[in-house]
Ligand binder design. Structure first.
Ligand code: FES
Ligand code: FES
Length: 159
C-alpha cells in the first residue's frame, strides 16, 4: 500500500507492506538508526518515537497505521544540528551514559512536555516508566527534566 506521512518535518509517500513494523521501516527503509531495538515487545522504550504528539513504541506499531500521521525521531529535535533545550539539559545533568536508551527517553520526555509544559516530578516519572535505563539510575534523567521545568517556571512572567 502507499502511505503518506511526515517524518521530522518532511512529507513523504512510500509503498510499504502494511504489516511491517514501524521500527523496521524507520531503521531499514529510512535509515533512522537512532531508533533502537531492545526488547521487541513494547517493554523497554528504546524504540520510542513521537507519533502525532504521543510517545509510542515503534516495535508495536505497524507501518500501515502511520498513513496521514506525523512522526518525530530524535533527529527531529535538532534539525539544524543545534540541540533542543531538553537534549542540552540531559547533557548538563549527566543523564546520558551509554546512550542506548537516550533517544527513546528524551522523546518520551519531549512528548510529556509538549502536552504538559510544567509537569510535577511524579508526572515526569510516570512519563518515563516505560523507558528502561541500565546506566543512569533515572535520577539524573528526572533532574534534567525538572531543571528545565523549573527554569521555564521561573521565566514565566505571570508566576
Ligand atoms: S524495542 Fe520496542 S519497546 Fe523495546
Ligand atoms: S544511558 Fe545506558 S541504558 Fe540509559
Amino acid at each position: 500500500m502507499d502511505i503518506s506521512f511526515k517524518i521530522n518535518g518532511t512529507s513523504m509517500t512510500r509503498k510499504v507492506s502494511p504489516t511491517k513494523r514501524l521500527i523496521d521501516f524507520l531503521r531499514n527503509d529510512l535509515g533512522i538508526t537512532s531508533v533502537k531495538e531492545g526488547c521487541s515487545e513494547g517493554e523497554c522504550g528504546a524504540c520510542t518515537v513521537i507519533l502525532d504528539g504521543k510517545a509510542v513504541t515503534s516495535c508495536t506499531v505497524f507501518t500501515g497505521q502511520i498513513d496521514g500521521t506525523e512522526i518525530v525521531s530524535i533527529e527531529g529535535l535538532a534539525p539544524s544540528g543545534d540541540l533542543d533545550r531538553l537534549q542540552e539539559a540531559f547533557v548538563r545533568n549527566g543523564a546520558i551514559q551509554c546512550g542506548f536508551c537516550t533517544p527513546g527517553m528524551i522523546l518520551s520526555c519531549k512528548a510529556l512536555l509538549m502536552e504538559n509544559p510544567h509537569p510535577t516530578s511524579w508526572e515526569i516519572r510516570r512519563a518515563i516508566e516505560g523507558n528502561l535505563c541500565r546506566c543512569t539510575g533515572y535520577e539524573k534523567i528526572v533532574k534534567a527534566v525538572e531543571e528545565l521545568v523549573r527554569w521555564d517556571n521561573t521565566e514565566r512572567p505571570e508566576r
